[in-house]
Design a protein around this ligand. Sequence first.
Ligand code: FES
Length: 65
Amino acid sequence: MKENYIVCNCKQVSYKDIADALEGHSKLEDVIGLFREVQAITHCSTGCGGCHDKVLDVISEIMMA
Ligand code: FES
């Protein structure tokens, strides 16, 4: 497991928070759908929105691991 770090500064959402929100999802089929789910659970990317691409990258990384 990678080192934990903050992905969304506005909402203080960490890599691990995103990984936890993705728990139970086994396939990277719909990254936007997964993003919405992660967002609903963690509230990441609901502040400045600057972390949007970072969150998508983290989701892809986790789902492809
Ligand atoms: S850093 Fe995530 S919404 Fe601002």
